[in-house]
Structures are given as C-alpha cells and as structure tokens.
Design a protein around this ligand. Sequence first.
Ligand SMILES: *[C@@H]1O[C@H](CO)[C@@H](O)[C@H](O)[C@H]1NC(C)=O
Length: 309
Amino acid sequence: MVSEFVFLGLTNSWEIQLLLFLFSSIFYMASMLGNSLIVLTVMMNPHLHSPMYFLLANLSITDLGVSSVISPKMIYDIFRKRKVISFGGCIAQIFFIHIIGGVEMVLLIAMAFDRYVAICKPLHYFTIMSRKMCLQLLVAAWIIGFIHSVVQLGFVVKLPICGPNVIDSFYCDFPRFIKLACTDTFRLESMVTANSGFISLGSFFTLIISYIFILITKHSSGSSSKALSTLSAHITAVALFFGPLIFIYTWPFPSTHLDKFLAIFYAVLTPFLNPVIYTFRNQEMKVAMMRVCRQLVSHRKISLLMPVL
Ligand SMILES: *[C@@H]1O[C@H](CO)[C@@H](O)[C@H](O)[C@H]1NC(C)=O
C-alpha cells in the first residue's frame, strides 16, 4: 500500500522553475488580495447588497478556495528536489478541488440566471431574485459541489495502488491518480470523464446558450451598453473558467504536457482574472473598492499612529 505520492512537477529547467515561481507567487497574492477586496467591498457597502453582488462576493470566496487548494503547495514545492504529498493530502486536494469547482460552476450558472431575470424580466427582478432565492442558489451550489466530489471520490479511494507512486504533475486529481491503480481502470476513467468532463461541457454550453439568448432578447428591445458590457464580462469569465477544465477532463491522452500548463492557468490565473473581469468595467464596483481601500489605509495609519500618540 502506498502512503505518499511523488510529484514530478512541471519541468526540470531551472530558468522555467524560477519564472514559474515568480509568476505563481505574484498571481497567487494578487488573487488573494483582489478577491478579499471584493468580498470586503460587497459586505461593507449596503448599496451593493443586491443579488448580483452577493453572487459575485460568493464567487470570490470560492476563488479564494480554488487558488489556495493548489497554489501554495505548488509554490512551496517548486525548488524542492523531492516533491511529496501524503496519501491523505492527495485525497484532500482532490476532494476540495471538486467541491469548489462544482460550487463555482453552479454560481456561474446562477449569475447567468440573475442577468437573465434582470435583463429580460426587469419588473419582476426583486420578486424572483429574492433574498430567499439567493440563499437557495447558494445552498444548492454547495450541496451539488459536495455530491459531485464525494461520488467520484467514493469510487476512487478504494483503488488498489501498489506500484509506482509517481504523479507526473504538481497536484493530485482524478485523471492521473486513477492511472496509478493496478487494476483495469477503463470504467473508472470513463466515469470521471463523464462526471467531470461532461458536467463542465454541459454547463459551458448551457451558459453560452443562455447568454446568447439574453443578448438576442436584449438586442431586440434596444440594449444599453452597460448591460452589454456586464454580459461580455460574464461570458469572458465563463470561457476562461471552462476552457482549461474541459480540456483537462475530456482530453483522452494525459501524456501530453498541455494539461499541466492549463492546470496552472486554472489554478493561478483564473482566480485572479475573475475580480479583474467583473470589476474592470463596473464603475459602481470600482468606486466602492476605492473607498474600501482608502478606509483600510487610513484605518491602518491611525492604528500605526496610536502608540505614538
Ligand atoms: C453570499 O450569498 C448569500 C446569499 O445571497 C449572501 O447572504 C451572502 O452575504 C453572500 N456572501 C457574501 C460574502 O457576500
């Protein structure tokens, strides 16, 4: 029985490792800061207490999770000769990646639904997207994420892993984990492809089709450019989130290294890009974030000066 796994990492080239270290550290910190700032901004501004911003803040919370499950361990490992992870650590990583991934998927769909109601049924917006509805969407997201993760793990934890314990990657996930089992894993692999792959593919097309539908409806009723720029931000975020995922889970040959680079993109860059995309063209959000920053800074100045005074 194997008690730990060894990661091969991404590359042996020293220069690329250094580059990777800088790149991941910078984007990890930036995404932690950016997403925390969004959560703070929404919580501290009563006029941002609307369904769209609640969902956005919740998306930021899951983004904090996405980046924290994979990046810190990866950054810590980059310059280590022997990159090991315990069996439990590996299972925990898979568990959290899939819970959070599932939550994020449902939240993106909820955000599309929110935009659909706001744009196509504006008069009923506050009756449909009530406080209760938002909470239900949120609870549904976490339950679906949990089930999605546990169902797949249930099949995989009991796999007999006897042989090599080397994972040619920098984090644990199903496709490469299953390859280590010393039994016929064809059916399991199909199950994971079906579960993670087709769910991401399905959600992706559902989202794209609903956004196209919103755009068409909106267009025929004379669109405001503000609504359109919100929509384009959402569509960009959706494409960036699902692009790598669909490749990682449905590409049948994990021997190519492309999936590892896409995983870095998914783990490091996407959580950073979400706050940028959603706030970049949103004046209301930018102004509120600025104000929160100023409050934090002046608060800090005061607390630094206190001992002197
Ligand atoms: C997440 O969404 C729920 C439901 O709308 C909301 O009550 C909560 O405040 C949101 N979380 C944050 C950090 O805004």
